[in-house]
Design a protein around this ligand. Structure first.
Ligand SMILES: *Cc1c(COP(=O)(O)O)cnc(C)c1O
Length: 425
């Protein structure tokens, strides 16, 4: 039997194929190391990472400040459970609530858990504050949403692959079209049992759908009018990805890039995950003000690992990096450059229909039907040219590099992408 260091990519792929559940369809590349905007495969080939682990690695791979915080805390105290206090959680909660301008934070681990937490808080608020009668609360969600993979969350998905044969489904969700204020007002107007509106500020998994300029502000206003909680799932869009600290404030008039939203767009419940740890560790959180978060009492909710000392130390470091390195500003500027450079190509391309996005969350739509394998083949060619990206839905390719990229690197990537696309014209 060969020793580990002699193994090549194909050996690792075969191990996963044989011993792992087949719940993903990865690009055939086996990564062994990462630094900043780069990753290396087991053969030593170097790539630009244009997925950033679905926007978890906004701060770049193995950011030294985040890794230091993690390893120092790992050597000191890793887990106490919430049966006891630890000396990292309180300082983290103070730091993060100041950073995002909320009264309170509830710590969890994964994005899906944070969404579940938000759903539970919203329902409890509905019964105890809004006065909806027992078990009648409804939460409005959007068509083509992606909020995670738990049984309740897939209950309000409309992706057949994510849902089929996982029933019975959790009830209490109403689905409306995304980016449609009339649909929102209609459902709010005609139903007294609506507790919340759960929305992605940009639909990432669906293919980087950016809603109209005034959508979020007006949706928030409607929620306020009907006494319904405006719940923003910023697991993918948050933490500087879209050129602002949060995408919810991307449409408001305030020019401040690190603001967590003026009251006109600020979510009543904010859901964060992914880049909250810079990809070093699973850290998620739900933030809300006291009048909402106070419905949660001891025993109502919890997690063995949620709020553990390593997560707390890592999250503080990850958020400091975002602010100190001005990643929102960088994402904003590089995003504009990326789209304008790509647009020049799209204007004369027959293979790419359009480029869209905000900050460094962008996508191109390939001029082929949803079930074609063109987008996949383009991603394979991009890989061969030193850039890793993945199709989202059939004919859409998302481009989301770490936000620590330089202008020179970005232009190099634009060159790789255009050169690759040209071979498919
Ligand atoms: C990734 C994602 C989630 C789920 O996060 P996990 O950590 O994978 O559970 C939820 N919502 C959005 C918008 C996401 O992009």
């Amino acid at each position: 039997m060969s020793v580990l260091k002699d193994k090549v990519s194909q050996d690792f792929i075969e191990l996963e194929e044989k011993y792992g559940a087949h719940n993903y369809h990865p690009l055939p590349v086996v990564l062994a190391r990462g630094e900043g905007v780069y990753v290396w495969d087991v053969e030593g080939n170097k790539y630009y990472d244009f997925l950033s682990a679905y926007s978890a690695v906004n701060q770049g791979h193995c950011h030294p400040k985040i890794v230091d915080a993690m390893t120092n805390q790992a050597k000191t105290l890793t887990l106490t459970s919430r049966a006891f206090h630890n000396d990292q959680l309180g300082p983290y909660e103070e730091f993060a609530t100041n950073y995002f301008n909320y009264d309170k934070l509830l710590p969890m681990n994964t994005g899906a858990e944070a969404v579940e937490t938000a759903v539970k808080i919203c329902r409890k608020w509905a019964y105890e504050k809004k006065g909806i009668s027992k078990n009648d609360a409804q939460i409005v969600v959007c068509k083509n949403n992606f909020h995670g993979r738990t049984t309740t969350i897939i209950s309000f998905s409309n992706d057949p692959v994510a849902r089929k044969n996982f029933g019975p489904y959790t009830s209490g969700f109403l689905k409306i079209a995304y980016d449609n204020l009339e649909a929102l007002e209609e459902v709010l107007e005609n139903n007294d049992n609506i507790a919340g509106f759960l929305v992605e500020p940009i639909q990432g998994e669906a293919g980087v759908y950016v809603p109209s300029e005034d959508y979020l502000i007006k949706a928030k206003a409607l929620c306020k009018k009907y006494n319904v909680l405006f719940i923003a799932d910023e697991v993918q869009t948050g933490i500087a990805r879209t050129g602002r600290l949060l995408a919810t404030c991307g449409n408001c008039s305030c020019p401040e890039k690190n603001c967590s939203g003026t009251p006109e767009v600020k979510a009543d419940i904010l859901i964060l995950g992914k880049a909250l740890s810079g990809g070093a560790y699973p850290v998620s959180a739900v933030l809300a003000n006291d009048d909402i978060m106070e419905v949660i009492r001891p025993g109502n909710h919890g997690s063995t690992f949620g709020g553990n000392p390593v997560a707390a130390a890592v999250a503080i470091a990850a958020l400091e990096v975002v602010r100190d390195e001005e990643l929102a500003e960088n994402a904003d500027q590089l995003g504009k450059l990326f789209r304008s450079e790509l647009q020049k190509y799209v204007d004369r391309s027959s293979i790419v229909q359009l480029v869209r996005g905000k900050g460094l969350l962008n996508a191109i739509v390939i001029n082929d039907d949803e079930n074609s394998d063109t987008a996949w083949n383009i991603c394979m060619a991009l890989k061969d040219n030193g850039l890793l990206a993945k199709p989202t839905h059939g004919n859409i390719i998302r481009f989301a590099p770490p936000l620590v990229m330089t202008k020179e690197e970005l232009l190099d990537c634009v060159h790789i992408i255009i050169k690759t696309l040209q071979d498919f014209e």
